[in-house]
Write a protein that binds this ligand. Structure first.
Ligand SMILES: Cc1ncc(COP(=O)(O)O)c(C=O)c1O
Length: 488
């Protein structure tokens, strides 16, 4: 079969797919996240590269069945795991439209309307941060990793304009960047890619609230200057990956101003709070940043990929990313920049349309309600889990992430590695039937159980089920480890 399907074939296949997606969406409130343990090592058919095609409807149906029955379902209301959401249905539709129209957002000349929609969407986010037109620049990215990389690249170019052409050779001094011990690993990756090296990231210890310790930060900056290094930037995290902690942003902004350092806020998760009037104060100070990472594919319910990089120094984007090419005409009369000149990408997918369409159809207030109800649900989860009397809260809860430790670890004064083993076993037990999903992580070096509210479909009944399962799992694991007499 050639690629050029006729209208009736397209309709048959398209309607079928919409039906399958609709069945899937209808199932999400009760769908197990994955098959039970022991049934997860499934192989996609076929094994060999298909030389000749098969019947499209049969293949599509098979694929849908296999992926929905045997896959891992992040959109399920039972997914209480990492920061990946249930996508809005409007976003699903926008993604199909983007694939069909395939706009190329590298340059204005070939995507006037699509690029303008994208710039408008970036503008809506910047406005919510508190930045006015003309005061900011930025683009959609593939996610927080690219946004953090962009921030580090722009900070470097702003400080050392010659680096974009000449590289780091000849710089003479070693630039260093500061972030908390809880900041995301994409910062180390960014510094490695930029040639500064992973060790250029100074990991600052955190307080018992898992927030960057300001005195330790100031001491590290002073020690590095003393040692002849060049402090370049501080990254404050708004919504740390493991704990949801928010670094003290206004105080970090003040340190950066005094020390003449670039202030980047990694708000991949927590910067979504700018869409809430009621809870905006949790990220107070974000507007003082020189640059910001925000991922609509986290708390704003977008499917992958949708990250955003914003900066208050739009004049630094072209020196960092801008190059001329002979193969692209410039758009006549465009007041907006070509995306390829202000970002790391060349070919650019329209990652903004899903967010634009969701906002057009549901409005900002839908996000206000989402954030509000998820924060309330997270508070409920905290009380339900504490009510089991089997767990202690490990980190104060700021957003929708919860960190817990098995109380027995404290009572028995177990060594940290033993606690990590217990937590791992509890998670194995809770996730064995595949219904729900949570994980373990470390916060400030200590093992914790981690769970979060991230799906707009999650309700109290899902939390109640998790609390019961966790209690049972802890009992099983404790009896296995310490004998049946061990009280919980
Ligand atoms: C705080 C933080 N920053 C950055 C990232 C990286 O974002 P992405 O996965 O979109 O590349 C994450 C991902 O979990 C994150 O939690």
């Amino acid at each position: 079969m050639g690629f050029d399907l006729d209208s009736s074939q397209r309709q048959l296949l398209g309607y079928r797919l919409i039906d399958r997606i609709d069945e899937y969406f209808s199932s999400l409130k009760d769908r197990p996240v994955q098959p039970p343990a022991g049934q997860r090592n499934v192989l996609p058919v076929p094994k060999d590269l298909p030389e000749i095609g098969e019947d499209a409807m049969a293949v599509l149906d098979d694929l849908c069945s296999q992926m929905t029955e045997e896959g891992f379902h992040i959109p399920s209301a039972n997914y209480l795991g990492l920061t990946n959401p249930t996508p809005t249905y409007m976003a699903v539709l926008a993604e199909a439209l983007v694939a069909a129209l395939n706009p190329q957002l590298a340059s204005m000349a070939r995507s006037q309307l699509a690029s303008t929609i994208e710039h408008q969407t970036v503008g809506w986010i910047a406005q919510r941060v508190g930045w006015q037109a003309g005061e900011y620049g930025g683009t959609f990215t593939t996610g927080g990793t690219e946004a953090n990389l962009s921030a580090m690249a722009v900070a470097l170019t702003q400080r050392y304009p010659q680096v974009a052409n000449d590289g780091l050779i000849g710089l003479g001094k070693r630039p260093v960047v500061y972030a908390s011990s809880e900041a995301h690993h994409s910062l180390e990756k960014s510094l490695a890619i930029l040639g500064l090296g992973r060790k250029a990231l100074r990991r600052i210890p955190v307080t018992e609230r898992a927030e960057m310790d300001l005195a330790a930060l100031e001491a590290a900056i002073a020690a590095d200057r003393q040692a002849g290094l060049e402090p370049l930037a501080v990254v404050g995290t708004a919504g740390a990956t493991s704990s949801g902690a928010i670094d003290p942003l206004p105080a970090l902004a003040e340190i950066c101003r005094r020390q003449n350092l670039w202030f980047h806020v990694d708000g991949a998760y927590g910067a979504a709070l700018v869409f809430s009037n009621r809870h905006r104060e949790l990220v107070q100070g974000i507007e003082l940043a020189d640059s910001i990472t925000i991922d609509p594919h986290k708390w704003l319910a977008m499917p992958f990929a949708a990250g955003v990089f914003l900066t208050r120094h739009p004049e630094q984007l072209e020196p960092t990313f801008g190059l001329d090419t002979s193969y692209l005409p410039r758009a006549a009369n465009s007041s907006l920049p070509d995306n390829f000149r202000i970002s790391a990408q060349w070919s650019r997918r329209m990652n903004s349309l899903k967010f634009w369409l969701t906002l057009r159809v549901h409005g900002r207030q839908a996000y206000e309600e989402l954030i509000d109800s998820q924060l309330q649900l997270a508070a409920y989860m905290e009380s339900r889990i504490l009510d089991t009397r089997v767990f202690d809260l490990a980190t104060p809860r700021r957003l929708t992430v919860l960190n817990f430790r098995a109380s027995a670890a404290r009572e028995l004064a177990l060594p940290e590695e033993e606690i990590a083993r217990l937590h791992h076993a509890i998670v194995q037990e809770v996730t064995r039937d595949g219904k729900q999903w949570i994980s373990t992580t470390r916060v400030a070096g200590r093992s914790v159980l981690r769970m979060m509210i991230i799906s707009y479909l999650t309700e109290k009944r899902h939390i109640d089920a998790l609390a019961v399962n966790l209690q049972k799992a802890a009992k099983v694991v404790m009896e296995r480890s310490f004998g049946a007499t061990r009280p919980l």
